[in-house]
Design a binder for this molecule. Structure first.
Ligand code: IVH
Length: 704
């Protein structure tokens, strides 16, 4: 490059380095080897050293070079990054809003902000607020000079944060250069205003829930520590010495607050600043809403508290801000928080508590499931003292140890889970937990096959398995035997009345009558429900046999195809696997079940007792729902989705997946699809519950 002007070459190098940085960090598609890239940076550094006039604070040699790197250096915020006053009750939220309204209304009417104006509250629309989702991530301050990202910092203690520019520069959602209003600055569009000489944008960095789950799967495979929640995963991804690691993580960003602006447009409302940030290229959350008056604030909060799980990122509340910036300025801030904003926090779905012990429960197939015994804690609206840990690998990946302080999560109706330990709080000397090699119920060996994530007690006579199998046999989704719940089954197993599922039909009722809690009437009731269960469907009987991998859906398919238990028992694995929707895993498992001598004996005893082995042709059912179209949504308590749809079809109805004007009615269980319910409301299609659904199956649609 002899003869080239050093200034020109420096500019060229900077452009090249920017370009290759972008290829490497943002596109993850480098065009140069690391060594070639380092050569460019070294050449630029040499030029800058030889010609001090060329050096610049914003040169990539400053941002990229190891020595000159400012990563994690302390950064003082131009204005403090404040926190927000919080409330957890609607009453307090409304009281705060009412105070804002009084102050606003008072000022214009009487000039005295402390004096409420008569008649200003009820009926009037009140002040304007912006309602925003409170994103559960970490706050960032982004500084742009002449439209270019020059510094990104964490919140830190509010006054001083850490410089994370190099890492933030790899986050695709965060613009490295601002768009002028209406389009990218580089397109040279005519501007209604110039790019501000300086602007600070604040917002929340977060990790989408799906990406968090995927990251944890990858971490587990690599034998690395699990992240406890998406917020920790986002923070951990940002706090990386190597920006390439940050670049490999899926991070999102929502801008929610404009800081200092120099040489740019002025704004009268917070909502205008959001609009400007959106146009300048920042992601601004689409669910932000400007509302009039407290009723609408209240409605927004209630809506999002219900809908929080419909988002693919976590939120922990709503932030309400007075929209008028002059009014904001007038109200000012306390030392820690602005008076013009408040955070309404949803009831927490995560709490920490102490992990007392890890135990193993034995299920009906012998599966040994580890679970956490916790110091009881109220979380997600319920008292939680037990939580599943799924399997050995999960415990290892989470590395939870008895004695740890752990994060417990219970979201909506989902079963509680232990997300992980707080390692910083771990007492010294806690040993990692080891999966037991003996069954806690029968003392037999626990086995885990190569390639299988589950561990099993292989002793078929294990009392825990026997109780679980009989309880399942008698449960709603199987033979539906009233009065034969888990406690009763355990009592009967201990008394030697029940040993396997077929014993249900050979119980010694005289002996039952001698047991604690049993007398003439209760014995007669039990006897009647046992008798009634002999007429359950073939699919229900199959479910009741506790064949590994065979659930309600597979049972329906097999029953529908073979129409009798004997035909299923006679089929080989191959024939079973070829049934549409069944597949080799279930096929092999079912064939294996009927090949075992002990199981054949049980089947023969069931036959001898008079249990129905045939599937009545569906035409045999009264076609009470012929020609109707019934949509099922949400989780029913007593029916799986497949069972419910099969029951409808067996009675002549169609059960499509979406609501249209041809839909007769919608059956809604727990957590129904919001879109389906909304559509039904729009079209005037009736929505009914599970009880009405069961009535429907019996009697059809009542004439109205
Ligand atoms: S406004 C002065 N808006 O909540 C205004 N904060 O408890 C300060 N947050 O540190 C923040 N979503 O990390 C604001 N839409 C939102 C927010 C939000 C999440 C976080 C932010 C802040 C904390 C305050």
């Amino acid at each position: 490059m002899a003869g080239t002007d050093p200034a020109e070459r420096a500019a060229e190098l900077r452009a090249l380095i920017e370009h290759h940085n972008y290829r490497y960090f943002v596109l993850d598609d480098p065009e140069l080897t690391d060594a070639e890239f380092d050569d460019l940076v070294a050449e630029l550094a040499r030029l800058e050293a030889e010609h001090p006039g060329l050096a610049s604070k914003r040169s990539p040699t400053v941002r990229v070079g190891g020595e000159a790197s400012t990563l994690f250096a302390p950064v003082r915020h131009a204005s403090p990054m404040m926190s927000l006053d919080k409330t957890t009750s609607y009453e307090e939220l409304i009281a705060w809003g009412a105070r804002m309204e009084r102050l606003g209304a008072g000022r214009s009417a009487t000039g005295d902000p402390a004096e409420p104006t008569q008649g200003s509250a009820a009926g009037s629309k009140g002040l304007r607020f912006t309602c925003e989702l409170k994103i559960d991530g970490l706050a960032l301050s982004l500084l742009y000079e002449q439209g270019t990202l020059v510094r990104a910092a964490t919140r830190g203690d509010g006054d001083v944060g850490e410089d994370v520019t190099a890492n933030v520069a790899t986050v695709g959602a965060i613009p490295r250069a601002l768009f002028a209003a209406g389009g990218p600055a580089s397109t040279g569009e005519s501007l209604t205003w110039g790019v501000p000489s300086l602007v600070e944008v604040r917002g929340e960095l977060y990790m989408p829930i799906a990406s968090f789950e995927e990251l944890n799967r990858r971490q587990a495979l690599a034998g690395s520590r699990q992240f406890i929640n998406p917020r920790n995963a986002a923070a951990g991804s940002l706090r990386q010495k190597d920006p390439a690691v940050t670049a490999s993580r899926d991070l999102g960003f929502w801008a929610y607050q404009l800081g200092a602006v120099e040489g740019g447009p002025g704004f009268a409302r917070h909502s205008e600043t959001l609009e400007w940030m959106r146009k300048a290229g920042f992601p601004v959350n689409p669910h932000i809403k400007v509302v009039e008056g407290l009723d609408e604030v209240d409605e927004y909060c209630r809506t999002w508290q219900d809908k929080r799980h419909s988002l693919d990122y976590e939120i922990d509340g709503v932030v309400v801000k007075l929209d008028d910036l002059a009014e904001q300025a007038e109200l000012g801030s306390t030392s820690r928080a602005p008076r013009w904003a408040i955070a309404y926090k949803f009831p927490p779905e995560e709490k920490t508590t102490r992990l007392i012990d890890i135990m193993v429960s034995i299920g009906r197939t012998g599966k040994a499931t580890p679970f956490a015994v916790l110091e009881p804690v109220v979380v997600g609206g319920a008292r939680v003292s037990l939580a599943t840990l799924h399997n050995e690998d999960q415990v290892r990946a989470k590395d939870v140890r008895p004695g740890d302080t752990v994060v417990v999560r219970r979201a909506g109706d989902v079963i509680p889970e232990v997300r992980g330990p707080i390692v910083a709080l771990r007492p010294e000397g806690l040993a990692p937990w080891r999966f037991p090699d003996r069954c806690p119920a029968c003392g037999g060996r626990l086995e885990r096959a190569p390639g299988d994530s589950d561990t099993f007690c292989v002793n078929d006579g294990c009392p825990a398995q026997v109780v679980a199998r009989i309880t399942h046999f008698a449960s709603r989704g199987a033979m539906d035997i009233e009065h034969l719940g888990e406690a009763t089954v355990r009592q009967f197993v201990e008394a030697g009345i029940l040993h396997d599922i077929s014993d249900v039909y050979y119980m010694d009722y005289d002996k039952v009558a001698t047991l604690e809690g049993w007398a003439g009437v209760s014995v007669a009731n039990l006897r009647a429900s046992v008798e009634a269960s002999k007429r359950r469907s073939l699919a229900n009987l199959l479910v009741g046999l506790s064949i590994r991998h065979l659930g309600a859906a597979g049972s329906q398919l097999l029953a529908g195809h073979f129409r009798s238990l004997d035909a299923i028992a006679a089929a080989d694995a191959d024939t079973l696997s070829r049934v549409d929707g069944v597949g080799p895993v279930i096929g092999a498992s079912v064939a294996g079940f009927f090949a075992a001598e002990a199981n054949r004996r049980i089947v023969e005893r069931l036959r001898a007792a008079g249990v129905t082995f045939e599937d009545p042709r569906s035409e045999a059912l009264p076609q009470v729902l012929a020609g109707l179209s019934i949509v099922v949504t949400g989780t029913l308590a007593r029916w799986s989705r497949e069972q419910a749809e099969a029951a409808l079809k067996a009675r002549g109805a169609r059960s499509p997946g979406s609501v249209t004007k041809r839909t007769t009615l919608v059956v809604a269980g727990r957590d129904p699809g919001a879109a389906k319910i909304a559509k039904a409301a729009e079209l005037g299609v009736p929505v009914v519950d599970e009880e009405a659904f069961e009535e429907l199956l019996e009697r059809g649609v009542p004439d109205s």
